[in-house]
Design a protein around this ligand. Structure first.
Ligand SMILES: [Mg+2]
Length: 167
């Protein structure tokens, strides 16, 4: 389980699923039909710190809500790096890599459910929250002790930036 730590120094970018990773997976539907998600401020701070330190970050979500875009552009993620309605996520991960001239091996991917298994296998470091589905837990090189929406993104960004002395 500790072998993931050997990969931390090579990570230059991050890619995150949204539901179940940056949220606890619950989605509220308002009377108007808007989908409302709850995000974690500690994850948000870590994302902002990583952006400020120059790490590209991609959001790759099957969700379609514009509020997802608003949340992450507010944190400094570029709109073109927010992939919504992503059903097959690996091509979006590769597109993100191309834009920044990165190898997939240089990206840490965090996912929690079946659409994340393929991009996790493609990325250099595959991570998941403690409450990911069994198929994801089986392929993850690092399982955070935190649940989705409860600091798993903070945990992983913090470990990478700390080992690279950018925290
Ligand atoms: Mg998910």
């Amino acid at each position: 389980m500790n072998h993931y730590k050997k990969k931390l120094p090579a990570i230059k970018a991050f890619a995150f699923d949204v539901d179940g990773v940056l949220t606890d997976g619950s989605v509220q539907v308002s009377d108007r039909g808007d989908l409302l998600r709850t995000y974690n401020a500690k994850d948000g701070l870590a994302i902002r710190m990583a952006i400020d330190a120059g790490y590209p970050i991609a959001i790759i979500s099957g969700g379609a809500s514009e509020t997802i875009c608003r949340r992450f552009t507010m944190l400094g993620i570029r709109e073109e790096d927010i992939y919504l309605r992503s059903r097959i996520k690996t091509p979006d991960l590769l597109d993100f890599c191309r834009k920044y001239d990165l190898q997939p091996a240089e990206v840490a991917f965090i996912g929690d459910d079946l659409p994340d298994v393929a991009p996790m296998r493609c990325a250099g470091l595959s991570c998941c929250p403690s409450d990911a589905v069994p198929e994801v837990l089986a392929v993850a090189e690092y399982i955070s002790p935190c649940r989705g929406g409860a600091g798993c993104v903070r945990d992983i960004i913090e470990q990478v930036l700390k080992i690279q002395q950018r925290w």
